[in-house]
Design a protein around this ligand. Sequence first.
Ligand SMILES: Nc1ncnc2c1ncn2[C@@H]1O[C@H](COP(=O)(O)OP(=O)(O)OP(=O)(O)O)[C@@H](O)[C@H]1O
Ligand SMILES: [Mg+2]
Length: 464
Amino acid sequence: MVLKSLSGRFLILTIIFVMLAEVLIFVPSVSRFRADYLQERLERSRIAVLSVLATPDGMLMEHLEKELLDSANVLHIVLHRDEMQELILDSPMPGMADAYFDLRGVSPWRLIMDACGTLATDRDRVIRVLGEPVKGAGLLIEVSLEEAPLRMAMIDYGWRILQLSLVISVITACLLFVTVRRFMVRPIEHLVRQIKSYEEAPEDVRRIIRPRASVTEIREAEVALNSMETRLSQSLRQKERLAALGAAVSKISHDLRNILTTTQLLVDRMEYSEDPQVRRSAPKLVNSISRAVNLCESTLAFGKAEERHPNITNVSLNVLFNDVAEAERLVIGEAPVKIRVADVGGMQVDADRDHLFRVISNLVRNGRQVLMETTDGGTISLGAVEVAGGWHITVHDTGPGLPEKAIDNIFKPFSGSARKGGTGLGLAISAELIAAHGGRLELVENSADGAAFRIWLPCVTEMN
Ligand SMILES: Nc1ncnc2c1ncn2[C@@H]1O[C@H](COP(=O)(O)OP(=O)(O)OP(=O)(O)O)[C@@H](O)[C@H]1O
Ligand SMILES: [Mg+2]
């Protein structure tokens, strides 16, 4: 749980990184410690050498010699002078020297390697060290000493550094943890709480986030969220108002349709009136009323229009085209309007059969209605081709084309109708049904020679 939270991860990572940095410091520090240790031995030996040189004959009593070697903490001291080696102080050696180190001009990398060698060895070695006790003084001294005390001192020093590193890394990690919690985690938690609270009741404007973070990036996120929530709440309110309006229109349409249906029955009787003028106007009245009933019914249907999701199957276009054509031919009767179905072979598309039937019927019906209004009639052609990623289905007619005023709004409900008695819903519903398939309905041709609508249907299997 802690590991998954932002602050928990930050805490652990900080400890790891600080420890890593400490280790990188640790190795050079221990090697420096070793170099200083050996240098100190050389300096102490120099004092011993100077003491011996101060005696008149360069000879010392044995116990004094031992005391000087003990105080320098070495086994023997050799003074290098003018290419000559002069043994100044000596004590019985436990054996030959096992390693030799020259401290003059030694590189840091060499120092690290030698320090690692000292720590890694498990024998009690005797080492010989050559160096200048005082830099540039011209005095060169060589000493022999046991390595074990040096190793112990190095381990002791290393251990103390490690403990210190641990304390430093814990303190640093805690400080960073508190800072990150204060400046990052808390504002992010606040942001998440606000989003959740808004999600519960988006219509409640009091829940819209009020930017308050001091960190620029989080504040910017809060400001963006604030403007998004404000716009969302506004459009929700607008949608609610429109829904209420829609419900009212539906109720009015419902009652109006009932009133009109009754009127229709009364008007029917007018056909039998004795007054010829009344009889003449009766059919026109019947027509007008049935158009009004039609409009009411369409409005009611659209109000309910919660279309179910398309149930996509393989639909044979040949069968579908012929079904549509057959239904329309019944209405065409003897009128000079033809419906031509192109040979599409066994082409199958991914679509909801009922939805596609309704869409193609709507397009064919529009063409048929236009053509039947003209004296010469014309032809409606249905065709389809397979294209990359889907199919194009085209409905073309040789009518006069769409009137200019209808073009801009043909896909908007109730807005695109330029036909007497049309509700302007056919194309809007068709476009919606095709969009639910992930496709598109477009007017691709419109001239005095005719109009063509094209449906693009995507291939669902390819999308998956
Ligand atoms: N093939 C076409 N040729 C000429 N005009 C067309 C054609 N198709 C559509 N239109 C025009 O576009 C308008 C909108 O068509 P749409 O099908 O949306 O509504 P409608 O036919 O008026 O009413 P309904 O809701 O009963 O279908 C029509 O009124 C007609 O003027
Ligand atoms: Mg129509």
